[in-house]
Design a protein around this ligand. Sequence first.
Ligand SMILES: [Zn+2]
Length: 254
Amino acid sequence: MEIIFLGTGGGRINLINQTRATGGFIISGTKNIHIDPGPGALVQLRRLGLSPLKTDIIVVTHSHIDHISDAGVLIEGMSSYGLKKKGILIGGPDSLEGTTDGQSISEFHLSRVETIVNAKPGESFEFEGGKFTFTKGVHDSFPAFGFVLEMDGKRIGHTGDTEYYDGIEDVFEGCDLLVLNTIKPEKDRYHGHLTAEEASKLIGRLQPKLAILTHMGMKMINYPPEKKAKEIEEETGVMTIAATDGMKILSDQF
Ligand SMILES: [Zn+2]
């Protein structure tokens, strides 16, 4: 199994400037899983020589445009150019049904997917070769989620976009790898995201084999992320990597 980071940028300013790419990440093992296909997901996939025709599962953790914009395009790949009803789409009600401030996936694209899963925090979804358990996200007025994925003998936790909340340590207990959306180094007036300080607290308590920071905003990018990862590693004793665009991590690293 390997994890491939298509885009590691987060936040509104980075989104438009593309200082770091957006497009989410791929977990490629028994199944090929694309998490949060934001702007450029298809282009970044192709740039790395990967094919969207091989995608088995698409996960949209919430309907902010940096997580959902290319979901329709990726569904057209997953469903063999939109010609077959194929694949699994996992999203919340905001992505599947639409909300006033979110952006839902079109009826046409939903109709091309074989299995649609409405992800509810605390619930699980089993597929051939693995299992997702969805975790709560505290992010915006509509629901956002993260997950714990069990596949190919590994347990991978992904926070999605969320604030630090009571009980967050419990839901990611026992993960081999933890992928954290870490948009900023420290607290500011914008809520709804993990700061690096909180990421460090979570990593320290959970002690995964490896922690990866991604979805970084301009303040993190300018810090820079490698320096922040090193600081977290020193604070927690856990190997911590700041993801870079196009980075691949093999499962024997965690
Ligand atoms: Zn968001």
